[in-house]
Design a protein around this ligand. Sequence first.
Ligand SMILES: Nc1ncnc2c1ncn2[C@@H]1O[C@H](COP(=O)(O)OP(=O)(O)OP(=O)(O)O)[C@@H](O)[C@H]1O
Ligand SMILES: [Mg+2]
Length: 508
Amino acid sequence: MTDPVIETDRALVARSVSKSFGAVHALQHVDFRVRPGTVHALVGENGAGKSTLAKILAGIESSDTGGMTIDGVAYAPRDRAEGKARGVNMVPQQLSLVGELSLVENLLLAGPRRIVRRAAALRTRTATLERSGGSVDLDAPTATLSQAHRQLGEIVVALAEGATTIILDEPTASLGPVEVGGLFAHLRALCDIGTAIVLITHRLDEVRAVADDVTVLSHGRLVHHGPARGLSAADVALLMVGELPDPAPRAERHRGDAVLSIESVTAASDTDAALTDVTLALHAGEIVGVAGVAGSGQNTLLDVLAGMRSPASGTVTFDGRTAPTAADLLRGGVAWIPEERSDALVPTMTLGDTLALYSAARGERRRTGDTDAAAQLRAFDVRPPTPALAAGGLSGGNQQKLLVSRELGRTWPGTPTGAPRVVLAYGPTQGLDLRAAQAIRERLVAAAESGAAVLVASHDLEEIRDLADRVVVLFSGRVVADLTADEATTSRVGAAMAGIDARDEETT
Ligand SMILES: Nc1ncnc2c1ncn2[C@@H]1O[C@H](COP(=O)(O)OP(=O)(O)OP(=O)(O)O)[C@@H](O)[C@H]1O
Ligand SMILES: [Mg+2]
């Protein structure tokens, strides 16, 4: 019997690859093989070694031991450029396009030749896009594009550079179902022209929808590889994170007074939709879900609620006081988990300092010691729970756990119970494996049970339906629906997200 990993026809093959960071064995003797014209899902829990393997395949990191071949020929890239020269390109977990530049300018920047005419760049890009059946505004600054379009843009840049193997590290972590559908249609079109795709994801429905092959890593080791066909959702989940614990029982919650509210707020934003005449009250003990396609104003809304952006008109009220400053909100117990991790974490800062970051601003006198910090990191399953480590050394999912632990894991000095009074979270489980995501959802429910007013914005409708007592839908910066949990059916929320007013439809 031939081992499918060792067999070499046209394929990118890695054999017995190992990589350590200090004492951490990120990869141990991992074999991997991706065939042209297929989508290969690379899955496993947070910190399993997926990004590390991807970076080695792309030449961004080098392995300690082991080797690689492409179509049977030795492949030992010393850097990313050498990987690209052999046709292997990676779209990283944190997007790499320069935000102020347009896609064309980014291509010029990334172009292999030093002098590339803009027109030629545009042609290549357009041709590549058409080949893969997509359309993206090539001249808009990439920062103004939606996440989905930026992802597509990254893929197009990779293709224009001649990639035959494209590695996507969690491209869908912050995308909604419509955008994911669009992206996957492109991936299939790319496969049809022979491109090999490595897709790192935590969403098991995606593995089942789009993958031909699956490789599962656990604690840096290969634990499964084989065809995706025939695997049930339960099989994949079991392979990804093992047996999931039963969800914690939920206590009765009582909706209390409004803690933080905005009335008739209009606010501009350069990266998201502006808010127009938005009124919203967050009540103690209630979880409000905010649904909407990416770029519908969720970031602007969270920024206004967290005091990061002052509205052009309208009022913000916190605890009966109007126009609170960001510092008032911080001190008063408003936890803030923004969509972009990079807005809230500093990669060079240690985990211990990250946890203590807002202590002063929030009026805490005592600095958290390392023992406390380690305990807090362990409570949120941040791996490794080492306060002296730099945040940038954590895997993507563990950075997310760190951020959530800083906001939800602390004892808030300004509040009677030590629990936050308000939790503002956008995509709190993005990049988390199934087990970690479940744990964070339980934390959010627990916060509401202890009286916090909780807002959860997410592109994942299931997450919103699972958590929310009330669902508000944003479209183009306006609230187009405000529904009870019972009213918030997938079709009704979906219609509102697309800008169709379901109530109009029902009554006419
Ligand atoms: N630059 C680094 N310095 C120190 N440790 C690192 C570094 N990069 C990765 N690691 C460690 O290697 C291990 C594997 O990390 P990796 O990023 O590959 O995980 P992952 O499977 O991509 O996880 P996630 O799903 O959270 O993105 C982790 O324990 C991580 O802390
Ligand atoms: Mg990763």
